[in-house]
Design a protein around this ligand. Structure first.
Ligand code: GDP
Ligand code: IMO
Ligand code: MG
Length: 436
């Protein structure tokens, strides 16, 4: 039996979809435990490209069951569209392949309206959210006025809860000078969605417990990245859930998830979509180069991602918060052809050199990166599957990252394609015992 968690250690889009899909070969259950359809996870399998938002990345594998845990906020319309879309591409999504926790909170159209209204009201202080209603849905959850999957089973209870929830939102809409929303319309739409969704609803924690008792392998798939964590990220420029590995138990209902081997995903450089601190950002030719070679455009919103050098203090902060055991390094090939490559090894702050992340956003914004410059390599590494086949300068870069982060780099990804990956089996086999 093995439990493995994959989380992002930067600001998201580290390549979680690709790595989860790769590891899913030897997994039986794939579990999302936070976030919603703000996530965009890309899988490239031969000619096929899947961009998944809510569906766990195991959905493309026949051998896995996908679980959406209670920590995830689910937009019923978005989920139905996504299921319809992947079905058109030949995948089968049935209740025996997908289980959605009865405790998941729903994202309703009001949440998207509120997301947009609050972003607009923030003006140039906006967070740059995906406007998918994520923050407002989590707000309602925490305020104890949210609607859950289970409520779809009992129409009278659903209607009473919706009425109470909309009394709050209609008052806020009035304050924003926006039109009121009729409870009846939302109610009728949800009843239609219920017909489709109810067969998928189940209890996730007990199902995972049973799977483990049958010696099955479970893979927890994080969304976003640790620097977007509501508690430990660049607050307030963060998402509205805990993205760190500690959330796996609470967000799935299977507390033993804490025993998982934790793989922290890191790009070989850094990107961020949305506003907020980014000490190593390269708003120059280097950033443009990384963005164009790495095709750095948001999977969900299509926005251009901001790009910069690898930020070791930020990744170390994430490793600490999530107790990362090993690192999967992605997009190494994007650095091919650069004369020199910089690594941020510390932050200059008020005359001190910090090797960790500050807490206040104002301090995050004020730090000056301390860089170590390394020689680049001209050879092409895309598609490499063996560490020793990498140019020596490229190996030196990976070894240096391992040293500055202080964690072993067990997986290296060299292209979007599932199989273009280096597994450093010497310690991979020992530490991530996912072997079938
Ligand atoms: P996620 O949100 O963490 O799953 O990442 P995204 O899918 O949003 O963004 C990662 C992008 O990089 C996707 O387009 C992937 O296909 C692509 N990708 C993943 N690994 C590699 C890699 O090693 N090299 C290159 N060039 N692209 C990669
Ligand atoms: P994956 O799983 C990158 C960012 C948004 C914004 C902030 C808050 O693909 O890595 P939200 O809509 O969550 O309230 O937006 O978080 N963000 C992401 N950035 N990858 C993601 O997911 C993201 N999900 C949210 O851009 O800055
Ligand atoms: Mg993404």
């Amino acid at each position: 039996m093995a439990l493995v968690t994959v989380i992002g250690t930067q600001w998201g889009d580290e390549g979680k979809g690709k790595i989860v899909d790769l590891l899913a070969e030897n997994a039986d259950c794939i579990v999302r435990f936070q976030g919603g359809n703000n996530a965009g996870h890309t899988l490239v399998i031969g000619e096929k490209v899947y961009k998944l938002n809510l569906l766990p990345s195991g959905i493309v594998r026949d051998n896995t069951v996908s679980y959406i845990g209670s920590g995830v906020v689910v937009d019923p319309t978005a989920l139905m569209n996504e299921i319809e879309n992947v079905t058109k591409h030949g995948l089968s999504v049935t209740p025996s392949k997908l289980v959605i926790s009865e405790s998941c909170h729903l994202i309703l159209p009001i949440h998207k309206i509120m997301d947009g209204a609050m972003e607009d009201a923030r003006g140039d202080q906006n967070i740059g959210t995906t406007r998918k209603g994520i923050g407002p849905a989590y707000e309602d959850k925490v305020a104890r006025r949210g609607i859950r999957m289970i409520d779809l089973k009992k129409p009278e209870i659903l209607k009473a809860r919706l009425t109470a929830m909309m009394a709050h939102h209609n008052a806020v809409l009035k304050g924003f000078n926006l039109p009121q929303i009729d409870v009846e319309t939302i109610y009728n739409d949800l009843l239609k969605a219920a017909d489709f969704l109810l067969p998928f609803i189940g209890s996730v924690g007990p199902a995972l417990d049973n799977a483990v008792k049958q010696n099955k392998n479970i893979l927890f798939e994080g969304a976003q990245g640790s620097l977007l964590d509501i508690d430990h990220g660049t607050y307030p420029f963060v998402t509205s859930s805990n993205t760190a590995a500690g959330q796996t138990g609470a967000g799935s209902g299977y507390g033993a998830a804490r025993k998982a081997h934790i793989i922290g995903l890191a790009k070989a450089y850094t990107t961020r979509v949305g506003t907020g601190a980014f000490p190593t950002e390269q708003d120059n030719d280097i950033g443009e180069h990384l963005g164009s070679v790495g095709h750095e455009f948001g999977t969900v919103t299509g926005r251009k991602r901001r790009c910069g050098w690898f930020d070791a203090p930020a990744v170390k902060h994430s490793c600490l918060v999530s107790d990362v055991d090993s690192i999967a390094l992605t997009k190494l090939d994007v650095l091919d052809g650069l004369e020199t490559i910089k690594i941020c090894t510390g932050y200059n702050f008020n005359g001190d050199v910090l090797d960790h992340a500050p807490c206040h956003i104002e301090d995050w914004e004020a730090v000056q990166p301390v860089y170590e410059t390394m020689d680049g390599w001209m050879e092409k590494t895309a598609g490499a599957k063996d560490f020793k086949s990498l140019p020596q300068k490229c190996q030196d870069y990976v070894n240096k990252l391992e040293q500055v982060i202080g964690k072993p780099i067990t997986i290296i990804s060299t292209s979007p394609e599932r199989n273009d990956t280096i597994l450093r089996r010497d310690f991979f086999a020992d530490t991530v015992n996912l072997a079938a």
